[in-house]
Design a protein around this ligand. Structure first.
Ligand SMILES: [Fe+2]
Length: 451
């Protein structure tokens, strides 16, 4: 009882309405979609996220933002609209009295996968939505922003505030997807457009620390989100796991090391590959990471800063789980489990080459740093762990319960964020997930071994 009173006092300080506080706690159990922001901080966070999305859309023409390059990718216009629809459908329609939707048709157009929210435009056909035009999507965003501002100024319930915060983190996820989808789209264009102007390679490309490993003693350790602050439901509950003693590479696998794998016929030796990966690699003709091309004996790659020569010392990116696993086998090592990765990351600052640096490409490891580095930013790191529920996980009831729980089959966990992840979005407990054949994300690998 006393913790409920303390919680109510904390909420009152934050400015949330508290009359039906206990009912709201039941709607969103404590370990799910936690919110720790006061209203002023939430308002600032909302504005910052919304402005960032529009800044990311700024270099794009209406045509750039409309075309869909493959069924898994979405048009930028769809990302800008869908993140707005999330606030409209999940928050405003339920929590702002008298709210009038911008356009009733948008629910069909911009619902992603929420069965509880009704029928929707099929994902592979999102690129057919040439109307509404991009300008209209920005008007839609402004309409929803004004309504969210009204809600935040009217002492929203805790339930509403938590959903707004969830909507902000959801939009940050789509900011990264917008960039990876634009990169995939521009890579299909023979003139190889640059999303941002080309930038010089890192000054640190010439020197790289030798690959070394740090030992961890293992034992019974705790992983998962258990502290204050926001986390997605799939990051909790915090729980115990047993890890055997293990070793983790102090840096990510580089492009130069990947070239050795290619030169040693890594893509044509079936014994290195998982059966499903081998079949996929043969069917799709994989012989190098996605976006790599060879011209006059030199490796080039498509980046958000245009078509560029490959930096040998930069981390390899745009490889699938199947390729990462084959590389690890070729190296005589293995991929880490997500528990091993999290044990190593828990004591580190969440600091790295994220979106705010606008490098938009992974960066070479620093020759000056000692110990494990590049854990956050640069590229998502494939782990050997399937995306499955932690002990005592329960998806919330209702529409937001569809957010993560229903995807817990057939996917692997990636950790650590990338050069396209917004700063502040990551935590040591953060679990990203994709099917094993996925290549268009900023995904690479770090080797692990048994100690
Ligand atoms: Fe979404």
């Amino acid at each position: 009882m006393s913790h409920i009173v303390a919680d109510a006092r904390r909420l009152a300080r934050c400015g949330y309405r508290s009359e039906s506080h206990r009912e709201e706690l039941q709607l969103i159990p404590a370990h799910l979609f936690q919110s720790a922001l006061g209203l002023k901080d939430l308002e600032r966070f909302y504005l910052q996220v919304r402005q960032t999305s529009e800044a990311l859309g700024e270099p794009l023409s209406d045509a750039d933002a409309t075309v869909q390059s493959m069924p898994e990718a979405s048009p930028a216009k769809w990302h800008l609209a869908h993140t707005t629809w999330f606030f409209e459908a999940m928050v405003l329609s339920r929590h702002l009295k008298g709210y009038k939707p911008f356009d009733e048709k948008f629910t069909f157009l911009f619902n992603s996968y929420y069965e509880t929210m009704g029928a929707r435009q099929p994902r592979p056909r999102r690129g057919m939505v040439t109307r509404p035009a991009l300008d209209e999507i920005y008007a839609y965003r402004a309409h929803v922003d004004q309504a969210v501002a009204r809600l935040l100024n009217s002492r929203p319930t805790r339930d509403a505030a938590e959903l707004i915060e969830l909507g902000c983190h959801h939009e940050q996820q789509h900011q990264e997807l917008l960039l990876t989808d634009i990169l995939h789209l521009f890579a299909q264009n023979p003139i190889r457009p640059s999303y941002r102007d080309p930038a010089p390679a890192s000054a640190e490309t010439a020197v790289l620390p030798a690959l070394s490993f740090t030992d961890f003693e293992g034992g019974i350790v705790e992983i998962g989100h258990g502290g204050a602050g926001f986390a997605f439901d799939s990051e909790g509950p915090r729980h115990r796991v047993l890890t055997e003693p293990f070793r983790l590479a102090t840096r990510l696998v580089t492009n130069a090391e990947w070239m050795e794998f290619i030169e040693d016929s890594g893509y044509t030796k079936p014994l290195l590959w998982l059966s499903e990966g081998w079949t996929k690699a043969l069917a799709e003709g994989w012989s190098r990471p996605l976006y790599w091309e060879t011209r006059d004996g030199q490796h080039w790659t498509m980046t958000l800063r245009g078509f560029q020569t490959i930096e040998p010392t930069a981390p390899v990116a745009h490889v699938s789980y199947f390729e990462a696993d084959a590389f690890a086998t070729w190296s005589g090592k293995r991929l880490p489990s997500e528990a091993e990765w999290e044990v190593a990351a828990q004591s580190l600052d969440v600091d790295g080459n994220f979106l705010d640096l606008i490098r938009l490409r992974p960066k070479p490891a620093s020759p000056r740093k000692v110990g494990v580095q590049q854990m956050f930013g640069d590229v998502w790191e494939w782990t050997r762990s399937p995306f499955s529920p932690y002990p005592r996980f329960r998806a919330v009831e209702g529409a937001v319960g569809e957010y993560n729980g229903k995807f817990m089959s057939g996917q692997f966990v990636l950790r650590g964020g990338s050069c396209a992840t917004p700063p502040g979005h990551l935590r040591a407990s953060y679990r990203n997930f994709f099917p094993a054949h996925t290549r268009w994300q900023f995904a690479g690998l770090r080797l692990a071994d048994d100690a």
